[in-house]
Ligand binder design. Structure first.
Ligand code: AMP
Length: 281
């Protein structure tokens, strides 16, 4: 595996790689959820390129940025074993060139100002900015993103479609712990009691999706799920049902839906999503 630290090293190394390449962007601290993305990337022709970069601009809390787990050597070993051809692990200078990103350019109404954008203003735009920069630098033909960060996936699809030529985005299903908790680098910050409670988030979303399938009104299902999370000890930001492709509020005729939630548990903010279909009536 080739390891590049600077934009110049990357450009030189990419010149020797196949023109077809699949990018998997990560913030490191890799777990089995990430590794599933590399397996999916390897199914595409050409090279597999990973990035490991913790983007300061997408953290609203400097403490959260400072505490974000960093374990480069272990990550590089995992990437080698995952069959990655090239890893780009740049510093901030290599990514931004000393200029902070112009976040206003990444506003996409309906995608950056909803859900996460309401509770973490600026976060989706900063994600869009870093993904765009990594697309510019690595010039992929395809990229794999996890459904775990569902809003990010929909936003990235939009960015990728806007590019010339467009980049093909492949969605990877959520990888979960045996009790249903979505794998996340943040899970290790849960104390043993919170870790046990944390699976309640997925259970609650699954139950809400089932009740909507059984005919319960969407608003009521959202409200009930929100209240259940509070009873289970979470501090939810939102529980919302959206149309799966657009993230718009669901219309009565929509059949492909997602229920998305963000909730804090003992100071750790967890995200989860369940995708579900409604039978044609
Ligand atoms: P992160 O390092 O958290 O920025 O995640 C990098 C990529 O891995 C993103 O596309 C995430 O959606 C994806 N990812 C993280 N956790 C999971 C998971 N449990 N299952 C599937 N994909 C995941």
């Amino acid at each position: 595996m080739i390891l590049c630290r600077t934009a110049v090293q990357l450009e030189t190394a990419l010149a020797r790689q196949p023109r077809e390449r699949t990018l998997v962007p990560t913030m490191g601290a890799l777990h089995d959820g990430h590794l599933s993305l590399f397996r999916i990337a390897r199914e595409s022709p050409g090279a597999v390129v990973a990035t490991v970069f913790v983007n300061r601009h997408q953290f609203d809390d400097p403490e959260d940025f400072a505490c974000y787990p960093r374990e480069e050597e272990e990550d590089f070993e995992r990437l080698r074993q995952a069959g990655v051809d090239l890893t780009y692990a740049p510093d901030e200078q290599a990514v931004w060139g000393g200029e902070p990103p112009r976040l206003e350019a990444f506003e996409r109404p309906g995608l950056t100002d909803v859900l996460e954008g309401r509770y973490r203003p600026g976060h989706p735009r900063a994600v869009a900015a870093v993904v765009s920069r990594l697309f510019d630098q690595t010039v992929p033909t395809a990229a794999v993103f996890g459904e775990k960060d569902y809003q990010q996936l929909v936003l990235v699809r939009r960015l990728a479609a806007e590019r010339q030529p467009p980049i093909r985005i492949v969605a990877a299903p959520v990888v979960r712990e045996p009790d249903g908790l979505a794998m996340s680098s943040r899970n290790r910050r849960l104390d043993p009691r919170a870790r046990e409670q944390a699976a309640g988030l997925h259970r609650t979303l699954e139950a809400a999706a089932e009740s909507i399938k059984d005919g319960l009104d969407v608003e009521q299902a959202q409200r009930q799920a929100f209240e259940t999370l509070i009873e289970l000890g979470f501090e939810p930001d939102y529980v919302e049902v959206r149309e799966a492709d657009s993230l718009c509020q669901p219309a009565p005729t929509d059949r492909d839906l997602v229920i998305l939630a963000a909730a804090r548990l003992s100071g750790v903010r967890l995200l989860d999503v369940v995708r579900f279909g409604l039978a044609l009536s």
